[in-house]
Design a protein around this ligand. Sequence first.
Ligand code: PRP
Length: 217
Amino acid sequence: MTTVAVATRPLMIAVPKGRILKALGPLLARAGIDTTPLTENDRRLVRTTADGTISFIFLKPDDVPTYVEYGAADLGISGRDTLLEKRHDLYTPVDLGIGRCRLVVAGPEGAVIPDVPRVATKYPRIAADHFARRGIQAEIITVHGSVEIAPLVGLAHLIVDVVETGATLRENKLSVIETVAEVSTLLIANRAAYKLRALEIQPFVARLRAALQPANA
Ligand code: PRP
């Protein structure tokens, strides 16, 4: 009889390309995870640790929850802003405490805002819900970046966007009107994988939580 070895695929972790990746490396390293694949300077979009246990896949931040929800990745790293907007069906076992920022309503300093404002945002659902809760009828205009320009050139009266240092608002003469939500970066997990691959995922989650302890102490 021939025995066929069934290869277990590595734990697939979807990570966002860009600024969160820089903060994620040190956190994973503190958790004892081999972060060499995160620092390799090449164009490969799937990179596996030397021991073959973890593959990182590198995605646009908005796409991370999609890959995890469909099970193409078991785990992922995603901002609460993206999760609030897209409302994927996922577990969020750990708040990683990195990428802290705020989702805010902002507008031109001193401007008079009409009763039915036009609001430019990358987060149309969050913005629509926010103004509906306030009882304000707003016209939501979806844009995909450089949101701060919208009030400057007359596309919109207000914006809903994330603020981290506040520099972009300041330099475009906009100020915060109100906070919509506090944002940080979360570990997300596919619901089926969280159960089926518990033997790998639970220790990974435990190591991450332990790595967060000193920062929280
Ligand atoms: C984000 C966000 C703000 C800016 C906030 O944009 O949309 O524009 O960062 O950061 P700050 O408060 O530290 O200035 P991002 O750099 O992701 O580019 P984008 O405009 O293309 O979305």
